[in-house]
Design a binder for this molecule. Structure first.
Ligand code: HEM
Length: 469
């Protein structure tokens, strides 16, 4: 039963406004204001609407979940709030424009987006395929750590080619390429053959004019890689995923590899840059926990203070459901905002910055059934990379005040556009250097230097040497 609210909307019996999303006055979310000061935008929405706000996402109506409790309600109830674009009423009714800018990133039907019966076996396969890289006793996990160390050393040495002291952009020269190189290692690209594909991933993420042809080339390269792994399995993620889920078609496998490449390169890169900034600006107790050797603790503080994935991919109400001050109609899209939920007084008011161990109750890795399966891997890569930076540079300082660093915002993530620093290399470089080997596998983790130098990634990075001079 419904009655009329003061503003003309209808109110159902438990007090929630039951007006249709499409008929509400929607505030565009992705504005210049959001790019520069997202926290203020979240607070304005919270004041106006409470814990759940109707917003306009580049021309498409959606609900943004700003409340911590409401975010948990959604994330922990997969049956009530399933993923899967087939559950989106407006899309089924043909109301989502074909050229909606977010379409391309949501329409690739991989594990992060997918709902329905295919999801569970796929997620189980992901867990199985990631396990060797995340179980610290496993040879693959040790080999991965050795590889990250070696790649970090390669990149730092390249920065140092400009001189023992200088200016560098640690985003372009370290935080972004390092996880790309790690992704190439996980994918089992032979040599540095994957470097060209990695450059294409960059073009896709930057969404510039060459993004579309880059996406086509990238998917074709990943499909070729998938075919090679099907023919001749190796010790790598695609082969492990296939072993755990033999029914995957080559196309499906290529989509999952695309997902891995995107998550690894973008999100881990953001985490590395954010950690460097937090350490250098001494915020949030990160420097103290890092120098006390509490690397996991440092990572936890950084992802909580600045979640790389600010808004999660959409879920859809399975039936009309009250949430916050509104009733969400069956099939309405709901975007959980981890960044806004962390600013909810219910969460923020209970976080004590001075405690030695920060809370794990944050949402930066998700919550419930669909939380991130690669948390350990991502934290390890970031921690090893950041650790190596602070070992090899005797001095690092931000070349801009922390509040003037340039941010790039998308509907999903928030990271730095560049990270300008002044550096001084340590006089005696801490070991190890290339080519790194691991005792367990005795396998070289660095590709042949001659091949590396010919690759497009390397040519690009070489062009950046001394970039800030
Ligand atoms: C700093 C790095 C990362 C952060 C902060 C992060 C965060 C997240 C979050 C918040 C979710 C849940 C999204 C949702 O509920 O809609 C998620 C899901 C996921 N992440 Fe990560 N992630 C990171 C790195 C990675 C990496 C490197 C991989 C792959 C190697 C990965 C693989 C996945 C997958 C497969 C899912 C989907 C899980 C599912 O729906 O069952 N993530 N991640």
């Amino acid at each position: 039963m419904e009655s009329q609210a003061d503003d003309g909307g209808s109110v159902d019996l438990d007090g929630a406004t039951a007006e249709r999303l499409e008929t509400l006055t929607l505030e565009p979310l992705l504005t210049r204001d959001y790019e520069t000061r997202p926290a203020l935008v979240y607070e304005r929405l919270r004041r106006r609407h409470g814990p759940v706000a109707p917003v306009d996402l580049l021309g498409v109506p959606a609900w943004l979940v700003l409340g911590y409790r409401e975010a948990l309600d959604v994330l922990q109830d997969d049956a009530g709030w399933p993923k899967g674009l087939e559950n989106w009423r407006a899309r089924t009714d043909g109301e989502v424009p074909a050229d909606w800018p977010l379409g391309p990133s949501l329409e690739v039907n991989h594990v992060l987006i997918q709902g329905g019966p295919g999801y569970r076996p796929l997620r189980q396969a992901w867990d199985a395929a990631l396990k060797p890289f995340q179980d610290p006793r496993h040879a693959q996990a040790k080999r991965l750590k050795a590889a990250v160390t070696a790649y970090a050393d390669e990149l730092i040495s390249l920065v140092g080619q400009a001189g023992g002291t200088g200016l560098a952009d640690l985003s372009a020269q370290f935080s972004r390429p390092l996880p790309l190189m790690v992704a190439s290692h996980l994918l089992g690209f032979p040599g540095s053959q994957g470097d060209d594909a990695l450059m294409d991933m960059w073009r896709v993420l930057d969404a510039g004019p060459d993004a579309e042809p880059a996406l086509e080339r990238l998917l074709a390269t990943l499909a070729e890689l998938a075919a090679v792994k099907l023919e001749k399995p190796g010790d790598d993620f695609p082969s492990y995923l296939l072993a755990a889920h033999p029914e995957l078609s080559l196309d499906e496998l290529a989509r999952e590899l695309f997902m891995l490449l995107g998550m690894t390169s973008d999100h881990v890169g953001i985490l590395i840059s954010n950690t460097v900034v937090e350490v250098l600006s001494g915020e949030g107790g990160v420097r103290a926990s890092l120098s006390a050797g509490m690397v996991r603790e440092s990572m936890n503080r950084v992802v909580m203070r600045k979640p790389p994935l600010v808004n999660f991919v959409p879920r859809f109400a399975a039936k009309d459901t009250p949430l916050g001050n509104y009733t969400i109609r069956a099939g309405d899209p709901v975007w959980v905002s981890a960044a806004a939920a962390h600013a909810d007084p219910l969460f923020a008011g209970n976080v004590c910055p001075s405690t030695t161990v920060s809370t794990r109750a944050h949402l930066s890795w998700g919550a419930g059934l669909r939380q991130c399966p690669a948390r350990e891997l991502a934290s390890t890569v970031a921690a090893v990379g950041v650790g190596r930076l602070f070992e090899r540079f005797s001095h690092l300082e931000l070349a801009l005040p922390a509040d003037q660093l340039p941010w790039r915002s998308s509907p999903f993530m928030r990271g730095l556009r560049s990270l300008p620093v002044r550096y001084e290399l340590a006089a005696t470089p801490a070991q190890p250097s290339a080519p790194a080997r691991t005792a367990e596998s005795d396998a070289t983790v660095l590709p042949d230097p001659a091949v590396r130098q010919r690759s497009s990634l390397w040519r690009y990075l070489t062009g950046l040497i001394g970039v800030g001079r």
